[in-house]
Design a binder for this molecule. Structure first.
Ligand SMILES: C[S@@+](CC[C@H](N)C(=O)[O-])C[C@H]1O[C@@H](n2cnc3c(N)ncnc32)[C@H](O)[C@@H]1O
Length: 522
């Protein structure tokens, strides 16, 4: 039986499907409750066997049937699915393109043609949305290599981008390379109008279905990169683009090296990191003044050229405010292995193709003197005047909480600092952010600390080492005293020159305001 399908919107069946899935408690928390932590954890790692054993053991209860069918790739009977999806039934699910039934009998087998997974979204204001998102079945469910036009489900990169997206109210948002439409669904929670584009017609069919199931209206457009977007149209652009660097022998971008599969979801058909460069340099065209683009990407580290210079040159060309955070670095071999394993294609470990494909990747990197590949997030903003924000940093630590609010606050703090010279800063009454704690390290028996650390609980969880004066200043920032008065008092207390202390402290205070450890009153 062919196992992959494409969902179709059928009026009169989509709302009953949504109702039936809710009725069955097909939600992440309930699924974890059914499976238990071990099987649920395995399923997260795309290992279906433990979940299958638990779900089969749970009998015909609707949640177990749906987990087996849509998450594990298991066959269920027509009778089981009819009971699990009242109002839709096996015939309805078949008309929606979700399943294929072997026959019309109650005991006939039914197999999923798509993955259908629940997603719970908790908005910054505490409200939650629950969606059901279809995508192509993964290798774990089909036991086969992915098709070239495979439509990805909600994966690690999707979640990374979603958690980093600033969820401020937006007029118009563009989701470039929407795939199953997950970023567009998130965007619709805070945007009046969402345009979602993809070069893949199949991806757009999945996005159309998922939007209908979520009751969300999307403006779906077919086309490559920024082609379907008008100039200056968007307050927000989000994109998890097909950034994977793939060997292309002739640099034309027409086809990857022999033996390497072309996966539309990861391979944008350009040489090296050209796709990410092109997106960074061109995205400003579709942004409204003040509009923000949040992208994920890979960039090459070339011998003798720090990555900050290479990406920095793209930013120069873009002329945008920019903050780039490098989250991970892989050497060429690690990079090639990661993407050779992805997709389950013919180049598995034992195949002769593995060495050839691995070699093609290494040759490709060697041809451009690539020593490593960086992965990270790019936050770009079309300035209303001239660009003033330029920050490229490495941050490889874990990020446990959604970052969007924090990134928005850092942009606002940057703007505030730009409009406050040192005199204005000295006149300001700052407060310490609620998530900042102070950690003191003392030698046993000593009364003065040798090290004072300021730790941020939220955001990037930064740790700042503070000298005596800075620690004293931060400790006094209660919103009552101006920075200038605190500095003067500290100078007297420490018996140092006030002007020198001010010159030493103000840049550090600016850094703390910029990163959200100190807050301005307005
Ligand atoms: C990594 S997937 C991201 C899917 C989804 N936005 C997410 O965050 O999970 C990249 C998507 O870009 C699409 N794509 C590939 N080449 C493209 C191009 N030249 N222009 C627009 N989209 C493209 C793929 O079809 C795929 O849906």
């Amino acid at each position: 039986m062919v196992t992959t399908g494409t969902p179709r919107v059928v009026d009169g069946l989509v709302r009953p499907l949504d109702a039936a899935l809710r009725e069955a408690s097909f939600r992440p928390a309930d699924i974890e409750g059914l499976l238990g932590p071990v099987a649920a954890g395995a399923l997260d790692r795309e290992q279906t066997l433990p979940a299958l054993r638990v779900a089969r053991g749970a009998g015909p209860e609707p949640l177990a049937v749906l987990v087996r069918l849509f998450l594990c790739g298991d066959d269920v009977t027509r009778a089981e699915l009819d009971a699990a999806l009242p109002g839709v039934g096996t015939d309805g699910a078949q008309r929606l393109g979700l399943v294929r039934a072997a026959g019309g009998g109650r005991g006939d087998q039914v197999r999923a043609g798509v993955d259908l997974s629940p997603v719970t979204y908790e908005a910054p204001d505490g409200t939650t949305a629950e969606w059901f998102v279809t995508s192509d079945l993964g290798e774990a469910a089909t036991n086969a290599a992915l098709r070239p036009d495979h439509v990805l489900g909600v994966g690690g990169a999707s979640t990374t981008l979603a958690r980093a997206t600033i969820r401020a109210p937006r007029r118009r948002t563009l989701d470039l390379g929407t795939g199953c439409g997950i970023q567009a669904l998130y965007a619709a929670t805070h945007s009046d109008h969402v345009v979602a584009t993809d070069v893949s017609e199949r991806a757009l069919a999945f996005a159309r279905f998922n939007a209908a199931l979520a009751g969300v209206e999307l403006d779906l457009r077919h086309g490559s990169m920024l082609e379907p977007a008008h100039d200056g149209d968007f307050d927000l652009v989000v994109s998890n683009p097909p950034f994977v660097i793939t060997p292309r022998p002739d640099r034309s971008g027409a086809a990857p090296a022999a033996g390497l599969p072309l996966y539309e979801y990861r391979d944008g058909g350009r040489s090296g990191d050209d796709l990410v460069r092109d997106l960074v340099t061109d995205v400003g065209r579709v942004l409204a003044p003040g509009g923000v683009a949040q992208l994920l990407g890979n960039w090459e580290h070339r011998r003798g050229e720090p990555w900050q210079d290479r990406v920095g040159a793209w930013l120069d060309e873009a002329g945008l405010d920019a903050w780039v955070v490098q989250r991970e670095v892989l050497d060429p071999a690690e990079y090639a292995e990661t993407w050779l394993r992805d997709g389950g294609a013919t180049v598995d470990r034992d195949a002769a193709g593995w060495d050839a494909a691995y070699g093609a990747w290494l040759d490709d990197f060697a041809a451009r003197d690539v020593e490593a590949v960086g992965f990270g997030m790019l936050l770009l903003r079309r300035p209303t005047g001239t660009a003033s924000l330029r920050r490229l940093e490495e941050w490889t630590g874990p990020l446990r909480r959604p970052l969007g609010d924090h990134l928005g606050a850092v942009l606002a703090a940057h703007d505030w600092l730009e409009s406050h010279d040192d005199d204005a800063l000295l006149a300001e009454r700052l407060t310490v952010a609620g998530d900042v704690s102070e950690e003191r390290h003392l030698r046993p028996g000593a009364s003065d600390p040798t090290v004072v650390l300021l730790r941020q609980g939220g955001g990037f969880g930064r740790t700042v080492r503070a000298g005596t004066a800075l620690a004293g200043l931060v400790g006094a920032c209660d919103g009552e005293l101006e920075v200038g008065r605190i500095v003067a008092a500290l100078a007297a207390l420490l018996d140092v020159d006030a002007a020198s202390l001010r010159d030493e402290l103000l840049p550090q205070v600016r850094d703390l305001v910029r990163d959200g450890l100190l807050l301005a009153s307005d």
